[in-house]
Every structure is written in structure tokens, then in C-alpha cells.
Design a protein around this ligand. Sequence first.
Ligand SMILES: Nc1ncnc2c1ncn2[C@@H]1O[C@H](COP(=O)(O)OP(=O)(O)OP(=O)(O)O)[C@@H](O)[C@H]1O
Length: 319
Amino acid sequence: MAIVSEQPGGQQVPDGGITAQGVSRSFGAVRAVDHMDFHAPAGRVTALIGPNGAGKTTLLLMLASLLAPDQGTITVGGLDPVRNRAEVRSRLGWMPDTLGVWESLTAREILTQMARFYRLPASGIAPRVTDMLERVRLADLADQPARVLSRGQQQRLSLARALIHDPSVLLLDEPASGLDPGSRIELRTTLRQLAAEGKAVVVSSHVLSELDEIADGAVFVNNGRTVRQQTTEEAAAAGRRYAITAADPAALAAELARLGLDFRREEGRRPGVSLVLHNELGAERLLRDLVLAGVGIRSFAPAVGALEETYMNLEGERR
Ligand SMILES: Nc1ncnc2c1ncn2[C@@H]1O[C@H](COP(=O)(O)OP(=O)(O)OP(=O)(O)O)[C@@H](O)[C@H]1O
């Protein structure tokens, strides 16, 4: 990730992606977004993470130039959406959390309308629509009204709609919601491919384990503010909590104490311990030491994903 500031308000240099600086938006007395900073570079998947009501959708709507900020600036590939409205719109793809209107039209008609809206050359529209329907595996359902599509199929149509004009910035609000496990994996692969093609991909979600698999970086927001921006490498370097269980939990605890490690006992269905390890090499060494000491290890793995670790730490800092 080209730009990272640990604290909100860090200086950011726009590249081919999308940047927001100090954006705010209120609805009556509710300050939904309050001086938020955000950056998603080209060629990367950036996760937008925050609890319910944090301001994620409001920020995404502003980034998509569908909602005007009260304050602050947004640039898309270095362009100002207010001064270069048409150019910016053509660079942005927006996938809302629900497909929305037009449900009486067929998937093919919806994509065709979108392609016309973006003024794609008339002769290229039909093949482009067919390509997109194949890409999201909807070719067989292309001529069915969108309302008969399942939630997962509608999500795939929504993704095709966002991609029809080959935008360089893709904004997706909860794209995996309603998808079965197979479709989630497929979505991950698609998003990684789009980033590899050089697009800036922004994904908001509550499902952190899912984002862990696809994101190169994350922006954490809460109460309308940016609370942290970090790359996955930085998240990994901050250390990770590992959960360990053993045939004899007392022997495990005794050995960790002998090694001088700070650990926490974990109760529950699989009693054991947890401790923060700074990198994978540290985990490898500890596992080897425990095995050599004769501790019968039953499981040894990260307790939570890297993004969840940061999220939980931020929650802890707030308490
Ligand atoms: N059109 C609106 N009118 C009034 N209040 C709004 C409007 N849109 C959002 N809000 C308020 O702004 C705040 C942020 O909402 P937003 O939808 O951006 O959060 P979110 O992070 O996307 O939440 P969720 O994860 O639940 O979807 C909330 O308090 C919400 O009630």
C-alpha cells in the first residue's frame, strides 16, 4: 500500500486509486461521517471495517459521488468529482448492498441499460453484456426477470452491473452478504483478479475473517471517524494471538511459564492457553520447543485473523 498513516489526519498522496481527506456528512443532527480520511490505492483490495452505524455506507456513497460531502475532498485517480463529474463517474463502479430497482427487467436488459448509461459504443454493448453474464455465471439466467434471481445470483448481477464499463475503482458495500460459502470463495477470487488488473477495490464488510483472505490493507472506522489505516503486513507485524491446546493443559502452562512467556488461560469447550506471538518464526520456534519438552500439543493456530486482531485491540483501546 503506497500510503499508510497510523493515525487519522496523516498526509496522503493520491495515486491512481481513490482518496478522501477530511470528509464529513450529516443527516439532520446525526453526524454520520466526521472528518474521515481514506485511501485505497490502485492494484490493491482495501477493506473498510467498522461496527454498525460507523459511517461505512455514507462514506462509500460519497466516494461513489452519489452523495455530496458537507466538507472535505475526494479524488478519483487524482480527479475532483465535482469538476470532472462525467470522467470520474466513468472510472467508478458501485455495488450497493442490495440490487435495488429494475427488478422487472432481465439481467441482460439491466446490463444493457447500464452500458448505454455509461455511453459504451453501441456495437460493443451486446458482446460486453454477454461477457459479463458469463463472468458472473448468469448466462443461463440472462433472460429471466431479476426478481426471480436468488440473493446470491442478484449479488453476482450487481457485481456485473458495477463492472460493465470496466471502471478503475470498484466500491462494494457488503458484497458477500447472502452468498453461500462457494460463492464467497468465488467472489474473493474475482476481487483479487480485479486488483491484479490494476483496479482499486474497496470492500466494506463486518465479516472480518472473509476480508482477511482478500484485503491488502484496511481502514478502520467508528463513530464517523477513521480510527486506523494499516496494511496487512503491518497488521501481521503487530503480532497475533495464538491459541494452544494440549493433552495435559497443566504441563503446557508449566512449560510456557518455564520459557518465561506471558500467556492467558482459556476456558470453554477446548480449554488451553493463548498468547501473542510476534511473527510466524516465533510460532514455529515455540511449537518446536513445546514438542521437544514432551508437551502433547493438540492444536496450535492463530486464534483470530489479523484484521480481527486489530479490530479487537481498537475495541479494547476504547474501553
Ligand atoms: N439518509 C439518512 N438519514 C438519516 N440518518 C442516516 C442516513 N444515512 C445514514 N444515517 C445515519 O448515519 C450513521 C451512519 O450510517 P451508515 O449507514 O453510514 O453506517 P454503516 O457503517 O454503513 O452501518 P451498517 O454496518 O449498519 O450498514 C447512522 O447513525 C445512520 O443512522
